[in-house]
Design a protein around this ligand. Structure first.
Ligand SMILES: N[C@H](CCC[C@H](N)C(=O)O)C(=O)O
Length: 292
């Protein structure tokens, strides 16, 4: 199967152009697990299928490295738009991409080589109602700077859905202790029935933050676009940041704005095509025993 490796701010996925490439199996979660494996497969934070759409220029179907499917992927949609433009599936600099969170509008900026370099995405409006996250932390209303215990650690959380669920935690410094220690605990806490993506955020100023992310189904990733959008919303709701921020993630920077007028979040960042190749499903040797 031919694939293309792309990343947005270091959040790297294996992409398959399903306009032309038949899939070797209909067990897509297993395909995602095998191809995402960083030692036995191609390696990535997950698998993204670029599919034809009846209602948009293309449809994005996204799977995490553990095979779970997500409704939306911010870094992924920027790469899908770049691929669709650069590979002449649709030669327009304004595209519509169908996702699990609806059809989103994407605008491309081209580099000197005529290829897509920078991508702006209208991420739509956040959902803040507890039941829409979903979370059982509250039976109604939003969860904003809500003090709660996870494994004996008391933190203030702000929950935002961008089509996929996010739990934002503002901390003095984004250390491994927070991300690798508390991240997986929050991801799998039973008060998040669908699990949750967790963003740890250090506020540098009213216009600038540093974010590290423990993702549902993929562990720590070098960036998370829907997470950065949730952080933008949480910063405004908690009074910590202005409506436009520059977000420094491990793999690069994203600019986010939560527009007052229409309530939509705009995300802008680069999208990069790294390499293409052929992958044989039989080539992936499943680890017989996990390293203890
Ligand atoms: N990295 C993606 C988010 C993936 C979300 C996925 N981990 C989930 O289960 O929601 C992004 O750039 O938005």
């Amino acid at each position: 199967m031919r694939f293309t490796k792309m990343h947005g701010a270091g959040n790297d996925y294996v992409y398959v152009n399903c306009f032309s490439e038949p899939l070797p199996t209909d067990n897509l979660p297993e395909l995602a697990r095998k191809i995402s494996h960083r030692h036995f497969g191609v390696g990535g934070d997950g698998l993204i299928l670029i599919r034809p759409s009846e209602i948009a220029d293309a449809r994005m179907q996204m799977f995490n490295a553990d095979g779970s499917e997500s409704e939306m992927c911010g870094n992924g949609i920027r790469c899908v738009a770049k691929y669709v433009f650069d590979h002449a599936i649709a030669s327009k600099s304004s595209l519509q991409i169908e996702t699990g969170a609806g059809v989103l509008d994407v605008s491309l900026s081209l580099g000197d080589d005529g290829k897509c370099q920078l991508v702006s995405v209208d991420m739509g409006s956040p959902s803040l109602e507890a039941s829409a996250i979903p979370t059982t932390i509250k039976t109604s209303g939003s969860v904003v700077d809500h003090e709660i215990d996870f494994a004996g650690q008391r933190v203030a959380v702000t929950c935002v859905s961008m089509g996929n669920p996010h739990c934002v935690v503002f901390v003095p410094k984004v250390t491994d202790e927070w991300v690798l220690g508390l991240g997986p605990v929050i991801e799998t806490d039973p008060r998040f029935p669908n699990r949750i993506n967790v963003e740890f955020v250090e506020v540098l100023s009213k216009n600038e933050v540093r974010q590290r992310t423990w993702e549902r189904g993929s562990g720590e990733t070098w960036a998370c676009g829907t997470g950065a959008s949730a952080v933008c919303v949480a910063g405004v709701l908690t009074g910590r940041t202005n409506r436009t921020i520059l977000n420094h993630l491990l793999g690069g920077d994203l600019t986010l704005s939560w527009n007052d007028a229409d309530g939509h979040v705009m995300m802008t960042g680069e999208a990069t095509e790294v390499f293409s190749g052929e992958w044989e499903e039989s080539s992936t040797v499943q680890p017989s025993a996990t390293l203890s």
